[in-house]
Write a protein that binds this ligand. Structure first.
Ligand code: PK2
Ligand code: ZN
Length: 372
């Protein structure tokens, strides 16, 4: 009988791993991309759409659900799985990053972070324990510790003091929900900014705590791709090899390939759904923007190599028309395709690791996406 948190590696190709992570709502095949469901839903898509495209796990948003409709209300409805009728695994972030990135006014202390609701301006406070209680109420399969994600350009002294507080918070989170005390598993989050020695220090401190997985935080915060990859390749291979590695908030198709090549197993990013809103679509030949006039009378599918509902049933001309007319269907069809593309890319990555052809797959997409 497998237990939530079990992580079995089936194949490797360089640092890349093909594994299975067990959760209380089923097994997850990694490497994996996790669609972001901000308010308990992946915008414009139904659970049926997500199952059709084989989304194995989605992200719930602790910060937003806490403020509205309330994590306690969701708990009284049986938790987020029941409330949103999503039967597969859910990962929730701790909400700290959303507070830091969405709120100007907030107060940070050893105790936690104080902030005002963007809905009605009311005052709120997240301690590490509170962040875990919210995720317990939501019933997510994978919980993230409350951490501080320092901004890009933070100096070494601040970054060092911050990672030490993040470690103390991580310990408080684990003590508040000890391993095995329920079906939910918990990941620690490695910080340390862009200082390699501080990244190692954060990891050394966190690996003393018995987490079922470890995330790389503090990246994709405005740095260059080179700076992100530099830290990524430095720290990912040093993380416990027998536990899942989750790179938070990343990224483009090339970032996913680079992350897998560094040994990362899990990714989340708002890009596929957010880009769908502005007509930027990912295809096997690279990125295109559907609003370009050249597509006005183009009767070819968005991506001839894509098997998704959008590509099988509509032309670029029609998708451009929907976009220009600001039709709701534009957002839905574009989101469906972009997420399908990301999930299919991860499926290709899993197969490539199994048959030792990951380097070739990476080179193929680097050529298609070279023009950025
Ligand atoms: C986009 N770049 C980025 N994201 C980061 C995130 C958020 C990851 N995505 C969470 C979802 C966002 C949409 C709603 C649902 C939750 C980070 N989160 C934490 N806790 N710590 C980081 O250092 C941390 C660092 C991050 N960098
Ligand atoms: Zn498609």
């Amino acid at each position: 009988m497998s237990t939530p948190g079990d992580f079995k590696i089936h194949a490797t190709d360089g640092e890349a791993r093909r594994a299975t992570l067990t959760t209380a709502h089923g097994d997850i095949q990694t490497p994996i991309f996790m669609p972001v469901g901000t308010q308990g839903t992946v915008k414009s898509l139904t659970p049926l759409d997500l199952e059709e495209m084989d989304a194995q796990i989605i992200l719930g948003n602790t910060y937003h659900l806490y403020l509205r409709p309330g994590d306690d209300l969701v708990a009284r409805r049986g938790g987020l799985h029941k409330f949103a009728n999503w039967k597969r695994p859910i990962l929730t972030d701790s909400g700290g990053f959303q507070v830091f990135s969405l709120q100007e006014i907030r107060k940070l202390s050893e105790e936690g972070v104080e902030f005002r609701s963007y809905i009605d301006g009311s005052k709120h406070f997240f301690s590490p324990e509170k962040a875990i209680d919210i995720q317990k109420n939501l019933g997510s399969d994978i919980m993230m510790v409350l951490d501080e994600c320092v901004g890009y350009g933070a100096d070494k002294d601040y970054t060092n003091k911050s990672l030490e507080m993040t470690t103390r918070w991580a310990k408080r989170c684990r003590d508040h929900y000890p391993k095995g005390s329920g079906g939910q598993i918990m990941f620690g989050i490695v910080q340390g900014g862009f200082y390699k020695d501080l990244r190692e220090k954060s990891l050394e401190q966190l690996r003393e705590i018995d987490f079922e997985g470890f995330a790389i935080g503090g990246l994709s915060v405005g740095e260059s791709t080179k700076e992100m990859y530099d830290i990524l390749h430095h720290i990912a291979p040093k993380m416990p090899s027998d536990k899942p590695r989750y790179l938070m908030g990343v990224g483009t198709p090339l970032d996913l390939l680079e992350g897998v090549s560094a040994g990362v197993d899990m990714f989340d990013c708002v890009l596929p759904s957010r880009n769908a809103r502005n007509g930027t679509l990912f295809t096997s030949q690279g990125k295109i923007n559907i609003k370009r006039a050249e597509f006005a009378e183009d009767d070819s599918p968005l991506d001839p190599e894509c098997g998704c509902y959008t590509c099988r049933n509509f032309t670029k001309a029609y998708l451009r028309h929907l976009y220009m007319a600001k039709e709701l269907l534009s957002y839905r069809l574009n989101t469906y395709h972009n997420l399908y593309f990301y999930l299919d890319l991860m499926k290709q990555i899993r197969a490539a690791i199994e048959n030792g052809t990951f380097a070739e797959l990476k080179a193929k997409y680097e050529a298609a996406y070279a023009k950025g």
